[in-house]
Design a protein around this ligand. Structure first.
Ligand SMILES: [Zn+2]
Length: 128
């Protein structure tokens, strides 16, 4: 994903994404390993997670971090340092939405390709 878009996520949720971290345990220094078209989807996921995360952090005192965000087998993968049923459900819902979302433009897309699976709309499937 483009640096400007990544920056907006980092600035909005600065404690979640550890840019300066060692590649282990966090892989966020590699950035968001997916196309710009999923920006809105990731943003919305983070907004939905926020209330849940704040409650869990308050209750447990554990800081929430996102360790890796990437595309895998045509779907969004979003790995936090811990999860619960509510967090898991939100991430899973975003993953399901991602397989219908063009990774280039965010428009309605579907799975393309056989060996290299990616989600593209009709326009971007033909462009590549
Ligand atoms: Zn597209």
């Amino acid at each position: 994903m483009r640096k400007e878009l990544e920056q907006r996520l980092f600035e909005r949720w600065p404690t979640w994404f550890n840019l300066e971290g060692e590649p282990r345990p966090t892989l966020m220094p590699f950035g968001f390993e997916h196309g710009d078209g999923w920006f809105d989807l990731v943003w919305t996921l983070c907004e939905r997670l926020e209330a849940v995360v704040v409650a869990v952090e308050t209750e447990t005192g554990r800081s929430f971090h996102v360790l890796q965000v990437k595309e895998k087998f045509g779907g969004l993968r979003f790995y936090p340092n811990y999860s619960n049923d509510a967090i898991f459900a939100l991430i899973e819902a975003a993953g399901i939405e991602s397989i219908h979302t063009c990774e280039v433009c965010g428009g309605p897309g579907r799975r393309r390709g056989t060996s290299w699976v990616e989600i593209k709309c009709d326009e971007h499937a033909n462009a590549s």
